[in-house]
Ligand binder design. Structure first.
Ligand SMILES: Cc1ncc(COP(=O)(O)O)c(C=O)c1O
Length: 481
């Protein structure tokens, strides 16, 4: 369908006009007035389908109209500091003109061509990503984190086929982890509230318990557990027969699933196990990458080299859709195969769009010039100190941090660790919003455990903005009692 017909035949277009047109008399022309906030909400109700919010809550979305720095303004004129960087991505805030200029310049020079051929922004960005990764990787571009993981899974499976081990096709994810909403990425996901009613998904995915030191699935205590959660991978790989396992996929720290930080040595142990059994390690850096962890990438905190790294979100600070799957250079060797099915038979119309790549390059240039990875580390450490006063609050079970990412696990009481009821989290979030701060929580993840308040602020916060954020969150939680 062409753009024209799409726009012109929309059945309710006339009705929408009427709602913003004053009644006209025969001798006076109709005057129009700008739609009010409630007009926009009315239209939203009529036309827009929002995911992840229950039907009743979706009735009254915030109409976000402007962004400046780390702040958002809604259509009614209210201003909010965004403590979540949108959906964990707007690390440079909302008014970085250099990104708009980079997009404009690229769009006027060469706005689009697919990567079935090549173009300079993609080449430059792939090179730059290697620098940021501190490794030797070949990069496949796509549009979203979900797609980056789909690509990683397909490459892992085909790699083993090309490498003479066609029986390796199983992928091990983790309960509570998230890897996206497409069939294989969702199959790899371990948040079953996201899967329910959409199954069956892609076959061949298994899950192991998450590293959750607060609610250890193995009944252990940190420090004396001998990394039972990491060792469990070995058991599963053996039970499944190692020759059937293609890859392990994990985030450095489970982020959207509740900021579940692993015990010391976890990722290194998983890496060793993968090496022992010829299993590829896919590290999903969609949230943890690009400085969020206080290092370039989350895995840089743990001294391991992944086989495949997936990334999206912060790569353009959310200004353009772009994702990348970086594959260790040696893994490309078996794909140097000119037989009919020897190459990676995957194409995407928009993946690696030149404008998106140009915006990503500018994002990384700004991050480098302003030392924002280091700034994220400093702010993350400051946040750790500021939130530590909450440890004594009866409704705070655990507080977890990874760089400039924080999770506050809310409980009914500290002794029982019973997850706090949803109303308690809603109260904290609403109280913050009424004071001009947006914070998040894990939602629709694991039944009964959507009880973790989450913070993922932009890196560009000033000290005053940081203080406002920290003070507001602390007060919101402390006032619960
Ligand atoms: C860790 C992780 N992986 C993958 C994804 C999927 O990314 P996208 O929403 O861009 O498809 C997300 C999205 O939140 C994510 O948090």
């Amino acid at each position: 369908m062409s753009t024209d017909s799409h726009e012109s035949v929309h059945p309710a277009a006339g009705a929408a006009e009427v709602s913003v047109t004053q009644s006209a008399t025969a001798d006076a022309p109709a005057t129009t007035h700008a739609p009010s906030p409630s007009d926009w909400i009315e239209k939203d109700r009529q036309y827009v389908w929002h995911g992840l919010v229950p039907y009743t809550a979706s009735q009254n979305p915030m109409v976000v109209s402007r962004g400046d720095g780390a702040w958002l303004t809604d259509e009614a004129g209210n201003r909010y500091l965004d403590g979540m960087s949108g959906l964990w991505c707007a690390n440079l805030g909302y008014s970085e003109k250099r990104l708009a200029d980079a997009a404009y310049a690229q769009m006027t020079e060469m706005p689009y061509y697919p990567l079935s051929q090549t173009h300079k922004p993609a080449i430059r960005l792939a090179e730059k990503l290697n620098e940021w990764l501190r490794g030797d990787y070949r990069v496949f571009f796509s549009n979203s984190g979900s797609e980056a993981n789909e690509v990683a899974i397909k490459i892992a499976r085909q790699y083993h086929q090309q490498n003479g081990e066609p029986s390796r096709w199983k992928v091990i994810g983790r309960y509570r982890g998230y890897h996206g909403n497409t069939s294989a990425a969702l199959a790899a996901t371990g948040q079953f509230m996201r899967k329910y009613k959409y199954e069956p998904l892609a076959p061949g995915f298994l899950h192991v318990p998450p590293p959750d030191c607060y609610r250890c699935p193995f009944g252990q205590q940190p420090g004396s557990c001998n990394l039972a959660c990491a060792n469990y991978y070995e058991q599963v790989i053996n039970w499944e027969i190692p020759e059937t396992v293609a890859a392990v996929i994990l985030e450095p720290v489970i982020s959207g699933g509740g900021i579940l930080t692993p015990p010391e040595g976890y990722l290194r142990r998983v890496r060793e196990i993968c090496n022992r059994y010829g299993v590829l390690l896919i590290v999903d850096e969609v949230i943890c990458g690009f400085g969020r962890s206080g290092e370039n990438f989350g895995h840089h905190n743990f001294g391991v080299q992944p086989d495949i790294v997936t990334m999206a979100k912060g790569i353009t600070s959310g200004y353009m859709p772009l994702a990348a799957t970086a594959v260790r250079a040696e893994l490309f060797d078996p794909f140097r195969d000119d037989s009919e099915y020897g190459h990676f038979r995957h194409v995407t119309t928009f993946g690696g769009n030149p404008t998106a790549c140009a915006v990503a390059l500018e994002t990384l240039a700004i991050m480098e010039e302003r030392g924002l990875v280091a700034r994220a580390k400093v702010l993350g450490e400051r946040l750790r100190q500021r939130l530590s006063v909450l440890r004594d609050c009866p409704n705070v079970g655990d507080i977890r941090h990874f760089g400039f990412l924080a999770g506050i696990e809310m409980v009914a009481d500290q002794a029982s660790k019973t997850p706090a009821p949803p109303a308690m989290l809603a109260e904290v979030i609403t109280w913050c919003k009424q004071r001009g701060l947006l914070i998040g929580k894990n939602s629709d993840s694991v039944r009964g455990y959507n009880n973790i308040l989450q913070l993922c602020p932009p890196f560009i916060l000033t000290d005053d903005e940081f203080d406002f954020l920290a003070d507001t969150v602390v007060e919101a939680v402390q006032r619960l009692g």
